[in-house]
Design a protein around this ligand. Structure first.
Ligand SMILES: [Zn+2]
Length: 223
């Protein structure tokens, strides 16, 4: 159930019954040779729609652009400045509040450090009840063989389950995640392909199990 598909009268009727809404965030960001730039937004929208289907909660249109510092050197990655993004997110939350919403669930498919900080700071600056559904908190070590990071086993498995037509596994390469503990600009060393992790281990079955786990993890938080 998408906010933008309703009339303003339809939204008024919804708000008489409940005051919550999901606000999804994606990114336009490289995801290796085998996944499209839309990966983070695709996953966020699938989770939002999965929760909406089960809980009847409304989904706001996705915000496609975010802060992508580590991957900005790759062609096609579009990034916005931290302060612009934080201001924009604050404006969206304020407008949802003025519209009559009282609780906002944020789902971000993109989990870069600055991007998430901006979303959390924006949330704190409003008096809305904002819940951040953090995909990194979902238990996955019993489903995946390798650490989730970027264009990795986790994201590739989710995409193979949700949008197999968007994945080209013949082009998937693995690259080791090398943490740079002394760097303050990026927690990881740059890769050649744009992958941090092991997409070769990805399967649609793992993606299905992980997707169901994500839904089960966040569903109880929606009232
Ligand atoms: Zn991603």
């Amino acid at each position: 159930m998408n906010l933008a598909d309703l009339t303003w009268k339809g939204v008024e009727e919804y708000l008489k019954k409940r005051g919550d809404i999901i606000l999804p965030f994606g990114a336009v960001e490289e995801h290796g040779y085998h996944l499209p730039l839309s990966t983070d937004g695709d996953i966020a929208m699938a989770v939002a729609e999965g929760l909406s289907k089960r809980c009847g909660v409304l989904v706001a249109p996705i915000v496609w652009y975010g802060v992508c510092n580590t991957t900005r050197v790759f062609a096609g990655t579009i990034t916005v400045d931290f302060d612009s993004f934080k201001t924009y997110a604050t404006d969206l939350l304020t407008s949802l509040k003025n519209s009559g919403f009282r609780t906002v669930y944020i789902i971000s498919g993109h989990l870069g450090g600055s991007h998430v900080s901006a979303l959390k700071e924006a949330s704190r600056s409003t008096d809305l009840n904002v819940l951040f559904f953090d995909l990194t908190t979902v238990k996955s070590d019993d489903i995946l063989e390798t650490l989730p990071f970027h264009a990795c086993e986790a994201e590739t498995s989710l995409m193979l389950h949700l949008y197999p037509e968007k994945v080209d596994m013949t082009l998937a390469v693995d690259e080791e995640i090398v943490f740079d503990k002394f760097s303050i600009t990026s927690s990881v060393k740059q890769t050649e392909s744009g992958v941090w992790g092991c997409p070769s281990k990805a399967t649609a079955e793992k993606g299905k199990a992980l997707f169901n786990r994500i839904i089960e993890t966040f569903m109880p938080a929606i009232k």
